[in-house]
Ligand binder design. Structure first.
Ligand code: ZN
Length: 371
């Protein structure tokens, strides 16, 4: 638990640490900033958990820092305020459940302050970014910056913005107030209006290196060195995934993902509707997405094994999880097609399709029993 009034992880420090794992992006942004050529609209894309939102905050620090190059312990007032998300020229737009935003927005901000990398405060409830939220921010940024050099607007999980909200944001992109920088963050760029994409300079993030993830777990979550290395290897480039792996519930969910996949591969289709129902009862929308992510990660290992690209420990892990029968049954499968089906189901979850329906359809489709 966080100490009273103190965040679990220091956002400014965390942003700086992860930016060190995205050297190419950091150099690119730093270069544009130094040359006075930072575009007013940026689109941060790339895999989940690659530190896109934290890089946006890191950029806010680079722009508005009053003592560039200072140490974390000796930071300026601007960076101090950024680290608690209280910087007046920083506007974060988050997806929220339906209902009055003035109720749910403080919940999100409070949970981000406590642990920036957590995002499960609304459980399975469908979330979106509404036009009202965009209008409120537009009004705020039409005034001059209060304290800093530039105002920053960060549209987090931009793919969850409704079409109306995207159109309202497009107006802001077309005529941004003079000192404002707009950053859209999403791994699903195909769900943004083409007109939005064409207005933004796209910045692609890479998977985070294992050593960055291990170091992050040691520094911010007090994980021991051996453990952090193991978790970083399992995290496959995602800091969010690494943090989830610290959680017993996630490990249970991972086991569920493996057992469902095993049933599918072994052709036990009759058991699947009950499995889907149980999983839908157990897991939130976000967790179901993670369940799909785990299924994909096991299938990727399976694919690598087929191509003879899996090392000995990976092979043992896979055999231990799936068992020989399932692996043999998978020999004739089109695994990339399976992965694409799971990716489509993941996108459907993001589109607020019913969780149980998504699970049932996917499982039966993968098992080849579609009725
Ligand atoms: Zn500073």
């Amino acid at each position: 638990m966080a100490q009273e009034g103190r965040p679990l992880i220091d956002i400014h420090a965390a942003a700086e640490f992860l930016a060190g794992g995205q050297k190419r992006v950091r150099t690119l942004l730093g270069g544009m900033l130094t040359a006075g050529k930072l575009p007013s609209s940026l689109l941060f894309t790339g895999p989940e958990g690659s530190g896109k939102e934290l890089m946006a905050l890191h950029l806010a620090g680079m722009i508005n820092c009053e003592k560039p190059g200072h140490q974390i312990e000796d930071r300026c007032a601007a960076c101090e305020k950024l680290s608690t998300l209280e910087y007046p020229d920083l506007h974060l737009i988050y997806a929220i459940p339906s209902g009055p935003p003035e109720k749910s927005i403080p919940v999100v901000i409070e949970s981000r302050r406590e642990d920036f990398l957590s995002a499960g405060e609304f459980g399975g409830r469908a979330r979106s970014i509404g036009i009202g939220q965009v209008r409120t921010i537009t009004e705020k940024v039409s005034r001059q910056p209060f304290e800093g050099k530039r105002t920053l607007v960060i549209l987090c999980e931009a793919h969850l913005a409704t079409i109306e909200a995207q159109n309202a944001f497009l107006k802001l992109l077309e005529e941004p107030p003079a000192s404002t920088i707009l950053i859209l963050v999403t791994e699903f760029t195909d769900r943004l209006l083409p007109t939005i994409r064409s207005r933004c300079q796209e910045v692609r993030f890479d998977f985070l290196p294992e050593e960055t993830i291990a170091g992050f777990l040691e520094t911010f979550y007090s994980v021991e060195k051996n453990e952090s290395k193991k978790l970083a290897a399992m995290a496959a480039g995602s800091i969010r995934r690494a943090i989830r792996l610290l959680d017993k519930r996630f490990l249970d969910m991972r086991n569920d993902a493996v057992s469902i996949l095993r049933m599918i591969l072994e052709g036990k289709a009759r058991k699947l509707p009950a499995e889907a129902e149980a999983a839908a009862r157990e897991y939130s929308r976000e967790e179901t997405g993670q369940l799909f992510g785990e299924m994909i990660s096991v299938l990727r290992d399976l694919m690598r094994m087929k191509e003879d690209g899996l090392d000995e420990s990976g092979r043992q892990r896979l055999e231990h999880h799936l068992g020989g029968a399932a692996i043999d049954a998978a020999a004739g499968r089109d695994v990339p097609a399976d992965i694409r089906k799971i990716e489509t189901a993941t996108r459907n979850l993001g589109r607020n399709v019913d969780i149980e329906l998504t699970l049932t359809q996917l499982m039966l489709d993968l098992a080849g029993k579609w009725y």
